[in-house]
Design a protein around this ligand. Structure first.
Ligand SMILES: Cc1cc2nc3c(=O)[nH]c(=O)nc-3n(C[C@H](O)[C@H](O)[C@H](O)COP(=O)(O)O)c2cc1C
Length: 370
């Protein structure tokens, strides 16, 4: 019997060949200006031939002041798009995975060293840059952010749309807006980081305004046939913070505006978050959002086994399964999952003889319906 994990999934004009998604993973490997390098060709290239149905690029900055580190992959100019184009072209030419891109602004978490140098704050006089948030409340241990004024908010909304247009031009199939992990959009959503008194603060409706404006601005320029979704931190895991109920409400609002999927992540708004991590710990969030907002969801977070992934889909807790560390540890995870579940999966012709059944020297014969 065909499995759910290896069944196609259609959103608008895009059909993913299966439900396995390579989750965004920051590589901090852009050049000094955030332009893609050879690393991205290798990283995205290998994920595109992994057998996954979709890969989503790492968080890609829409403004230079919206970067975590100066080496974040960025798309705030046409030259940045040009630098990334060969990696996307490679994925489209050789890969089986559709190519998604995560767009983001780092908000109050910006201007730090790269992950493996400890994300230490960099002051402006040492080469850092001014960082922005809904309110001027620092993330503990980081640079003090400035409060965004309305003109800056509008400029940032336009920057998201401009980056989406560049992504379209280089052949990206899908966009995930990064509304999670304490970055700018989440900075507006969470009462822990948003204490504004204007139309972007206080009530839930007002705190959701920036996220919805970004969504609308991208949807207006992003081709109708291409899916657009949002990653949320479903809860802040902290008293007085953003809650799962809030996430359900935001997902309903997004659905009304044409959102195609919600990725249910969590946390990142405060170092005081109280969470217990265990296999599939965020799956219940994907399940509730899916049921109560009637929108497809992507589950992520310690999903490491093929049968675990299949069970989440069979139980209708989510529609898509994203892996980050598991697929970085083993970029052939989808191939192994396919063998375990007895399914065919994409191999580039160059690698077909790796399949255990081909050790006699044959080549894989594609299934009639693929
Ligand atoms: C190296 C690394 C980089 C990450 N970068 C991003 C990112 O750019 N955007 C994002 O939304 N999540 C990012 N994440 C979170 C993952 O996408 C994923 O949600 C998380 O690791 C849980 O999934 P996992 O248990 O399969 O690793 C990153 C995770 C890792 C390990």
């Amino acid at each position: 019997m065909p499995t759910n994990l290896f069944s196609p999934f259609k959103m608008r004009g895009l059909t993913l060949p299966n439900r396995i998604v390579v989750s965004p993973m920051g590589q901090y490997s852009g050049d000094e200006n955030g332009k893609a390098t050879e690393w991205h060709l290798m990283h995205l290239g290998q994920m595109s031939v992994s057998g996954a149905g979709l890969l989503i690029t790492e968080a890609t900055a829409v403004q230079s002041t919206g970067r975590i580190s100066k080496h974040d992959l960025s798309l705030f100019s046409d030259a940045h798009a040009e630098a990334l184009a060969p990696a996307v072209a490679f994925c489209r030419k050789y890969g089986g995975a559709k190519v998604g891109m995560q767009l983001y602004h780092a908000g109050r978490k910006g201007s730090v060293t790269v992950a493996w140098e400890g994300q230490k704050p960099i002051a402006i006089e040492n080469g850092g840059w001014p960082i922005y948030n809904a309110s001027p409340i620092a993330f503990p241990g980081r640079v003090d952010p400035l409060e965004m004024n309305e003109a800056q908010i509008d400029e940032t909304v336009r920057a998201f749309a401009a980056a989406a247009q560049r992504a379209d031009r280089i052949g990206v199939d899908l966009i995930e807006i990064h509304g999670a992990h304490g970055y700018l959009i989440h900075g507006f959503l969470s009462p822990l980081s948003n204490q504004r008194k204007d139309k972007y603060g206080e009530s839930l409706e007002n705190r959701m305004r920036f996220a919805l404006d970004v969504f609308d601005a991208i949807r207006a320029v992003w081709p109708e046939r291409k899916p657009l979704g949002m990653r949320l931190s479903a809860t802040d895991w902290a008293e007085g913070g953003w809650t799962l109920d809030d996430s359900v409400e935001l997902s309903r609002q997004l659905k009304k505006r044409g959102c195609d999927f919600i990725t249910a992540s969590s946390g990142g708004a405060t170092p005081d978050q109280k969470l217990k991590v265990h296999p599939g710990y965020q799956v219940p969030f994907a399940e509730r959002i899916r049921k109560e907002a009637s929108i497809p969801t992507m589950a992520v977070g310690l999903i490491t086994e093929a049968k675990q992934a299949e069970e989440i889909l069979v139980k209708e807790q989510a529609d898509l399964i994203a892996l980050a560390r598991g697929v970085m540890f083993n970029p052939r995870w989808p191939w192994h999952a396919a063998i375990e579940l007895g399914e065919p999966v994409y191999y580039p012709p160059q690698y077909q003889r790796a399949h255990p059944s081909m050790r006699g020297g044959d080549f894989l014969k594609p299934r009639a319906d693929t």
